[in-house]
Write a new protein. Structure first.
Length: 180
C-alpha cells in the first residue's frame, strides 16, 4: 500500500517574489518516480479518481503524453486558472498558471514539480519562485499588482490543494498496484 507524508513546507521571499517549497514522500508498493510522473501526465486531473478531486475544470486535448492542459480549474471559490503541465525532462515537470479571462491576472507564471526515486520510495517536490524553479521557469508565478488572492494562495490555499493532490496520487497508485 502506498502512503504519502508531507516532508516540508517553506514559505519565503526572493528578489521581491514570494517563494514556496513543498515536499512529499511516497512509500510502499508502487511508490516510484516514473509511476507518479505517469499519473501526473495521464490520470484525470479533476473528477472522481483524479489528481485534484471533484473540482471545476475541463481537460484540454492532448497531442502527446508529455503535456496536458486544464482550463477553468478552480481549486477553491474565487480562484480560477488555466493550467498547462509539460514534462521538461525526465522527472521534471513545468506547471504554468494563466488567467486569460482576467484583464489583470492576480496569479500567472511558472513553477516546477520534480519527482525522484529515493531509496524505497519517491520524493515529490514543488518549487515556486525559488532559484531552482527559475532555472526552468520562463516567468515567475506572480501578478502585476498586490493581491489578496495571491497572498491567500501562497499562505493557505495551495498547501491544502497539494495535500489533497498528494493523497489522491497515493490512492491512484494503490489502485494500480497488483493485488496479491
Amino acid at each position: 500500500m502506498t502512503t504519502v507524508v508531507r516532508t516540508s513546507h517553506v514559505l519565503g521571499s526572493r528578489q521581491g517574489l514570494t517563494t514556496l517549497e513543498q515536499g512529499f514522500r511516497f512509500e510502499g508498493e508502487g511508490a516510484a518516480a516514473d509511476a507518479i510522473c505517469r499519473l501526473l501526465l495521464t490520470a484525470p486531473l479533476t473528477g472522481t479518481d483524479s489528481v485534484f478531486g471533484d473540482r471545476p475544470g475541463e481537460e484540454g486535448r492532448r497531442t502527446d503524453s508529455s503535456s496536458r492542459t486544464l482550463r477553468g480549474f478552480s481549486p477553491a471559490p474565487g480562484f480560477r486558472f488555466d493550467v498547462d503541465l509539460a514534462q521538461h525532462r525526465n522527472g521534471v515537470l513545468l506547471v504554468r498558471f494563466s488567467q486569460p479571462d482576467r484583464k489583470v491576472p492576480y496569479l500567472q507564471g511558472d513553477f516546477v514539480w520534480t519527482v525522484a526515486d529515493d531509496g524505497d520510495g519517491a520524493v515529490f517536490e514543488e518549487q515556486i519562485n525559488t532559484e531552482k524553479a527559475l532555472e526552468v521557469a520562463s516567468e515567475p508565478l506572480a501578478g502585476p499588482r498586490p493581491s489578496v488572492r495571491r497572498w491567500l494562495f501562497f499562505r493557505a490555499g495551495h498547501k491544502q490543494v497539494m495535500n489533497r493532490a498528494a493523497s489522491n496520487l497515493a490512492a491512484l497508485l494503490n489502485r494500480q498496484a497488483p493485488r496479491p
